[in-house]
Write a protein that binds this ligand. Structure first.
Ligand SMILES: Cc1cc2nc3c(=O)[nH]c(=O)nc-3n(C[C@H](O)[C@H](O)[C@H](O)COP(=O)(O)OP(=O)(O)OC[C@H]3O[C@@H](n4cnc5c(N)ncnc54)[C@H](O)[C@@H]3O)c2cc1C
Length: 646
């Protein structure tokens, strides 16, 4: 650039004009990458960032194949379909009602025109189902959620909580969208606490029917997707009430699921006894029609009880293979973890999009520079790198962790292995909450990293942030889910001392108390060579040490406080400690899966790139929690400094 300048000296005005033109050119390239730079403008240096250090030549195709694996084809088919149908693409400005209609049409187009039938994969090939969800979510997140409501929640509840008679009767209609439906669990007064639901389903032995009732305003089903406009059915979660011959007169058998028709199949009119209200305009996801449902003595046939875990015979006798209300409740919720798995997976999809937009823009955008030299890429600024590079590494890390989760979930669906069920339950709770919380924050960082242009709606951060935000709450509030992870860890910790077995993801706890909690080795604590810091064993040991320590400490604190405060009070006293423990465990699982993914990558150049990202993920997390490691001298002061610099 300098030598070119010397040959063509410019006036200051010409130079300013050129800079402005270059900026506009770069910006338009970013917004529409198909434009080619004008030959009259000198090329802008955009690679200062990568040119500075050793350049890694990565085989992008091999890396992409390794990451996206066998589902590239179905995802490409979805992208091709929507690219060929501008009428099905969501415009920036659209009213709530138009967005809802468009979203329904997008789903119909996907299923009936493109021939993508997600429901078939919900039970038989969940990996493919989640790949479809990721792709449609990137078209419009409302579409991804609408699809999830129809197939994973409504459809999934029918096939997972029902039996053959339900599958035979409803499968095709759900699959081809004739039977649109809802998943009606949450009530106005009870969201996270599902066991507190108050809607009732009372068996009437004379008519062989259940009567569905909303006993008070607090029991109105609230936030129900597909209810305000499109749903014809709802899976309604209600307390099953049976008549008894004793003095009580009735018996509450706990929460069960029932298929309740809510609109007429032909006229689409609301059915008698059902009242539907619109939940209105939301912060995001306005393509999904959330509504409120109230039931006034709505009668449904006995067959509409989804009876996999509990049944009622013609004479009103209750039968179940599971002995207690709690076990039945646990089994019912256990069948619904698919929604959670899907959200964790889709959240990584959102993170991929936003990190890509922010990093690409940061390479193109130039601001300031050394005197009399071209401006530099904003990604050359250390602060921008610190915002975006650990985020890029985390995106890869979460990708491999959620792929692992989906694999385990698929295996669980096939084998129904009890330990695997417990493992997937805790892992899905942990990854869903950890990843969605991270992505929600990352979206704001990305927006800010793109300056004013990040605020333009066309650049997507606004809609991604608004649509994704609720991922932290639905399918289980993140704070509540992390507590389930902590409770599971404590249970396994206790089992360990009672000689119990540990499942794969948790097996490191077996050695933890002996290995990780032994006094940190003074020699390794001080090793500060780059090789040592990049050694996966050091990294994983550090993560496991932290989790084991948190686990041991919180177990002791709980024991101490429960003597005076009782179980509930002690838990609350230690709540923040428990949440930190759960996050630490999930980070450990994520790192273990990332290290494994690096090891298994067949292409050497892709492997080298992934290894760099993996090191960055590990060292960034150690650095973020350096206080913990320093406190116990697990990492000596100089080593801490090198962690930061590597
Ligand atoms: C857009 C949208 C779509 C939805 N779609 C559906 C649907 O289709 N079907 C359906 O059934 N539901 C749906 N929901 C409801 C959703 O599942 C609930 O909102 C969610 O379960 C949380 O419940 P809540 O809103 O009652 O929050 P609460 O449970 O009242 O939580 C409020 C706050 O209290 C905190 N808190 C609660 N309990 C604890 C605890 N034990 N420890 C510490 N902190 C706690 C939480 O962390 C949270 O910050 C939807 C919600 C929204 C917003």
């Amino acid at each position: 650039m300098e030598s070119r300048r010397e040959k063509n000296p410019m006036t200051e005005e010409e130079s300013d004009g050129l800079i402005a033109a270059r900026r506009i050119q770069r910006l338009s390239l970013h917004l529409s990458p198909s434009l080619t730079p004008s030959p009259s403008l000198p090329l802008v240096q955009t690679e200062t960032c990568s040119a500075r250090s050793k350049k890694l030549d990565v085989n992008g195709e091999a890396l992409s194949l390794y990451m996206r694996g066998k589902h590239i084809d179905i995802q490409e088919k979805i992208f091709d379909f929507f690219n060929s149908r501008p009428d099905l693409q969501t415009p920036i400005e659209i009213s709530k009602d138009d967005h809802r209609e468009l979203c329904m049409n997008q789903l119909i187009g996907l299923v009936r025109e493109a021939g993508v039938r997600p429901f078939r994969y919900v039970a038989d090939d969940p990996e493919k189902y989640f790949a479809i969800m990721e792709a449609v979510g990137s078209v419009d997140m409302s579409l991804g959620i609408k699809m999830g409501v129809q197939y994973s929640l409504w459809g999934g509840s029918v096939i997972n909580l029902g039996t053959k008679k339900h599958r035979d009767k409803y499968f095709d209609g759900i699959d081809n969208l004739d039977y649109t439906g809802c998943f009606a669990m949450t009530e106005l007064h009870h969201g996270s606490n599902v066991q507190g639901l108050q809607t009732t389903a009372t068996f009437d032995p004379l008519k062989d029917e259940f009567v569905i009732d909303t006993p008070n305003d607090g029991a109105i089903k609230w936030w129900i997707g597909n209810a305000a406009v499109h749903g014809k059915f709802a899976t309604v979660f209600a307390r099953l009430i049976l008549p008894t011959h004793d003095s009580k007169g009735v018996s509450d058998m706990g929460v069960h699921a029932f298929i309740v028709p809510i609109r007429d199949m032909k006229t689409h009119q609301t059915l008698p006894g059902v009242e539907i209200q619109d939940c209105g305009h939301k912060v995001g996801l306005n393509g999904v029609d959330n509504g409120a449902l109230r039931f006034r003595s709505v009668r449904i046939p006995r067959d509409n009880l989804l009876n996999r875990f509990g049944d009622v015979s013609r004479d009103g006798t209750y039968t179940s293979s599971l002995p207690t209300i709690n076990k039945r409740f646990g089994a019912t919720l256990g069948e619904l973890v698919g929604g959670r798995v899907g959200l964790a997976y889709a959240s990584v999809g959102v993170l991929k999009i936003s990190a890509t937009i922010a990093i690409r823009y940061s390479l193109l955008r130039q601001q300031f520079g050394p005197p009399k030299q071209p401006e530099v890429s904003i990604l050359d600024y250390q602060s921008q790198q610190h915002k975006l590079m650990p985020m890029l590494a985390s995106t890869y890390a979460y990708h491999f962790a959620t792929v692992y989760l989906v694999e385990k979930y698929s295996e669980m669906k096939k084998t129904h292995d009890e330990q695997l069920v417990a493992d997937v339950h805790a892992l899905s709770a942990g990854l869903k909450s950890y990843v969605t919380s991270y992505t929600a924050k990352a979206l704001s960082v990305c927006r800010e990293a793109c300056g004013g242009h990040g605020y333009a709606a066309v650049n997507r951060f606004g809609s991604l942030r608004n649509d994704h935000d609720i991922f932290q709450t639905f399918e289980g509030d993140n704070t509540v889910l992390l507590q389930q992870v902590a409770a599971d860890l404590l249970k396994r910790y206790k089992e360990k001392f009672q000689g119990g077995t540990l499942t794969v993801t948790w097996s490191y706890l077996r050695e933890s108390m002996n290995t990780y909690l032994s006094q940190p080795n003074p020699v390794t604590a001080r090793w500060e060579g780059e090789d040592h810091l990049r050694d996966p064993k050091f990294q994983l040991d550090a993560f496991r040490y932290r989790t084991s320590r948190l686990l041991q400490n919180v177990a002791a604190r709980l024991q101490k406080h429960s003597k005076t405060l009782g179980g509930f009070g002690a838990w609350n006293r230690c709540l923040n400690h428990l949440l930190t423990l759960a996050e630490s465990h999930i980070e450990t699982v994520i790192l273990a899966k990332f290290i494994e993914a690096v090891k298994n990558c067949p292409d050497p150049s892709a492997k080298a790139a992934l290894k760099l990202a993996c090191d960055l993920y590990a060292l960034d997390r150690i650095w973020k929690d350096i206080g913990t490691y320093r406190n116990v001298d697990y990492v000596a002061p100089n080593k801490a400094k090198v962690c930061f610099l590597v």
